[in-house]
Design a protein around this ligand. Sequence first.
Ligand code: PMP
Length: 460
Amino acid sequence: MDGPLSNAQTRDVEALLHPYTNAVQHRKVGPHVIERGEGVYVFDDSGKRYIEGMAGLWCAGLGFGDSELIDAAKEQMGKLPYYHLFGGKSFEPAIELAEKIKELAPMPVSKVIYQSSGSEANDTQVKLAWYYNNARGKPEKKKIISRVRGYHGVTIVSGSLTGLPYNHKRFDLPVDRILHTGTPHFWREGRDGETEAEFSARLAAELDEMIIREGPDTVAAFIAEPVMGAGGVLVPPADYFPAIQAVLERHDVLCIDDEVICGFGRTGNWFGAETFGMKPTSISMAKQLTAAYAPLSAVAINQDMADAIEAQSGEVGTFGHGFTYGGHPLGCAVGVKTIEIYQRRDIVGHVRRMAPIFRAKLDALAAHPLVGEARASGLMGGLELSPDPAKKAAFCEPGKVGAYAADELLKRGVISRAIGDTLAFCPPMVITEAEIEELFAPVEGALDAAHAWAKAEGRF
Ligand code: PMP
């Protein structure tokens, strides 16, 4: 945004510390103030309309202004605006939503425990894995293996699980007992002449070696997103998860499935685990659980873990974990309505119908001289930019060209996200064919502008 800062921008700059924002840059350019949303569009405070090509933060699956969700929220606020689940208290929307999760989950779920965010869900996962292994007499079995470029949140433990440098640098993370194994990004990480199956087998062997090196009796769990979102929309090869699963089973290592982005239809199935052959022992859910109309997350656990927790009651007494707002009635009521809408409007079917159209748009852009790889799963996708696509080259100063391209796209009325030099797209799942057309129409022009700029700046 050019020109002097507006009143709202000045007030923002004086009062807010923005997440995932360069503070010095922000002081210069100010915030982009978004005022309202409607369908797949948002409008800023100058009245300019944007197609929300990222569904906010991969989460507004039903777009903006859905009257059914607004009504469900209002009704719950009027009836019971707050309650909790501590000390055996309960309320109907929390029960109903847990039943829905049990019905839809891609694994036999025994119990559901709520939080407010994806980070809290993954923190809870680690605590449950530790609690479980203490309960079954394996107090040494505590290490958690995550992946380089995985994203699992920003709390001390979930931020440690996240495998991205800027989430660790200056934060003294990762904490101990958290390890990172390789990224299943074949285009970037595959070796010359290696097939996808061989690549997957190599990553599984790497994990196997890591577990053996650390000692299987010290490794509690492996955590993974079906598709890595914030790491750059990295879609694993088909053989990857089956190969990984075999290693986990061999060493009695839990499989934590982080469905915070992929859950509830994003990849064309209810859960990404179904799309990629993952066999979870527990699942983290958030974001599209409520279509992002209210904060809520959930962890679903299997019978073994539920039994182990119950068996501790004699010795430990109360189960000492829970958040004031975990399972907030607003989130639960909106969650129940969201899932009812997903089912009634067949949103998963819609994602399946739109996915080939979305994919074709990305594939067509793969021929652009700035694009190295186009990748997608369901309605999430990315274009990895490269100064020399044939050589899969990376830019000498990562992230600059990606950010420039996203900015050019914003000027043309499309909100995307630059993840390093990958341009990510994850529109509301309700997007229509005409809106997909509109989303991609300005992309080539934005890439041309970024290409010309990168050349002029000597970034090749
Ligand atoms: N897991 C995944 C896969 C995510 O994408 C995110 C957020 N982008 C999180 C966890 C963390 O969620 P939150 O920001 O709600 O803490």
